[in-house]
Design a protein around this ligand. Structure first.
Ligand SMILES: C[S@@+](CC[C@H](N)C(=O)[O-])C[C@H]1O[C@@H](n2cnc3c(N)ncnc32)[C@H](O)[C@@H]1O
Length: 245
């Protein structure tokens, strides 16, 4: 019964947020992109990208944790181009999905292995960004975020999945955190970004909406809201926060 009431409450909150959600300015390009580029993106996040990128505090890089097939990457890049911003977009993903610990195991109900699926999604990402972001290609490091930040902290010079050299390290102007949504991972991603985030810089947390109480990232948001050096810029329904000191 308790679970049923929780589900009902989540559903009602979700409906309410759909009605009150602020939408980004419509561009035909965004519709075409969304038709062709697979992804799991809440419309409200698009407004978060629009706002954060219009208000970037510096030319320092934008970081994305969890790129999947490149939908959010391409959208952030779209706003960078529209706003004539020169910030590099640096993303990370290892495309290791649930069950991929045994690469030769099959996706349940199919004859496709996890290894083949990973390769397909990675190639799809490269194809999508190469097409939709061809004028300003993002740099993508094939790592889990912990390893990505370990390399960032060492200011490593490396090559990305498209074989281009990139110097990691330094300050960050905006981070989109959309990797592992458990509390432990999201918190480490936050702490790693926080170390480098410009004052005036932004973090957008996917799946942080109040009604997503089953995701650990939601618990993390309650902690960040108490921090005196962060301020909530929007809850649409996911949280966009700004580092204010
Ligand atoms: C929800 S999808 C990202 C969707 C994408 N941002 C979009 O909007 O199109 C989550 C992605 O995070 C990746 N991921 C999971 N855990 C991660 C981690 N610890 N570090 C980096 N990426 C991770 C997964 O491989 C997956 O591609």
């Amino acid at each position: 019964m308790k679970q049923y009431i929780q589900k009902l409450t989540n559903g009602l909150q979700y409906g309410k947020h759909l009605l009150t959600q602020k939408k980004a300015k419509p561009y035909e390009f965004i519709n075409w992109l969304r038709f062709a580029n697979a992804g799991m993106l809440n419309d409200g996040n698009v407004h978060g990208f629009e706002y954060a990128i219009e208000h970037l505090p510096s030319d320092n890089p934008i970081i994305e944790i969890g790129s999947f097939c490149g939908l959010s990457t391409n959208l952030m890049n779209f706003y960078l181009e529209r706003n004539k911003k020169t910030n590099k977009l640096i993303t990370c993903d290892k495309w290791m999905f649930e069950g991929a610990e045994v690469p030769e195991s099959l996706l349940e109900g199919s004859k496709i292995t996890h290894k083949e699926y990973k390769q397909f999604v990675k190639e799809t990402y490269i194809r999508n960004v190469s097409f939709f972001s061809k004028n300003n290609l993002p740099y993508t490091i094939e790592e889990f975020s912990d390893d990505f930040f370990a390399r960032w902290n060492k200011n490593e010079k490396t090559t990305d999945v498209m074989n281009r050299e990139i110097q990691l390290g330094g300050n960050i102007s905006f981070a989109y955190i959309d990797g592992n949504h458990t509390y432990e991972y999201a918190k480490r991603d936050f702490e790693n970004v926080d170390k480098h985030l410009d004052v005036g810089g932004f973090i957008l947390f996917d799946d942080s909406a109040d009604y997503y109480s089953h995701f650990g990232v939601n618990e993390l948001m309650q902690e960040i809201k108490q921090m005196s050096n962060y301020s909530v810029i929007m809850k649409n329904p996911n949280y966009l926060v700004k580092k204010i000191s």
